[in-house]
Design a protein around this ligand. Structure first.
Ligand SMILES: NC(=O)c1ccc[n+]([C@@H]2O[C@H](COP(=O)([O-])OP(=O)(O)OC[C@H]3O[C@@H](n4cnc5c(N)ncnc54)[C@H](OP(=O)(O)O)[C@@H]3O)[C@@H](O)[C@H]2O)c1
Length: 158
């Protein structure tokens, strides 16, 4: 099963200057709890932007380069082949280029929708047709007077 996990602003803002725009403790906790014990897949830019390790998660980086001590794949196909139509859930963790490539194959989207915007954002989550997904509220929180809600989108079976 291919799942994507992301946090987006009102205009699908993802990041700027190769870092996150918002840093919410409860959202970090949600990311940690949701991905714990799973394989997480990310693009090279996102990997380079990580502040540290992700203990308890197996990181695979999508890159044309090899990185010492980290598993890499030089295309999305090996991940699709391994996880499409499986019980085991893999988490696609960004950034923009990676979300865009995996979106057609994703079964689930764990989206934190942040009630804020940033006109300096330079990377965006891809547009998707919400009619093709069932949306379930998971939890909500706020920090610095900014509200954010976590939702699970599950692709409708047609
Ligand atoms: N809000 C969120 O939830 C969230 C989550 C993650 C990231 N972000 C943000 O997103 C931004 C980064 O996104 P991004 O789109 O710039 O970068 P990215 O998707 O993290 O990484 C892009 C790089 O990955 C490699 N890559 C991508 N597709 C590939 C393929 N099919 N085959 C081989 N290599 C491939 C390429 O690197 P090489 O060609 O150099 O190998 C490419 O330049 C940052 O601001 C980050 O903070 C936000």
């Amino acid at each position: 099963m291919i799942s994507m996990i992301s946090s987006v602003g009102r205009n699908r803002e993802l990041g700027k200057n190769n870092s996150l725009i918002w840093h919410f403790k409860e959202d970090m906790k949600f990311f940690k709890e949701t991905t714990m014990g799973h394989t997480v897949v990310m693009g090279l830019n996102t990997y380079k932007s990580l502040p540290g390790d992700l203990p308890g998660r197996h990181i695979i980086v999508v890159s044309n380069d090899l990185i010492d001590g980290v598993d890499t794949v030089n295309g999305i196909e090996p991940i699709i082949e391994k996880y499409q139509n499986t019980e085991e859930e893999v988490f696609i963790c960004g950034g923009a280029s990676i979300y865009k490539q995996f979106l057609p194959y994703a079964d689930k989207l764990y989206l934190t929708e942040i009630d804020d915007e940033d006109d300096e954002a330079d990377t965006f989550f891809p547009e998707f047709d919400k009619n093709e997904w069932n949306k379930t509220f998971i939890e909500e929180s706020s920090q610095n007077n900014i509200n954010f809600k976590m939702y699970l989108y599950e692709r409708k079976i047609i």
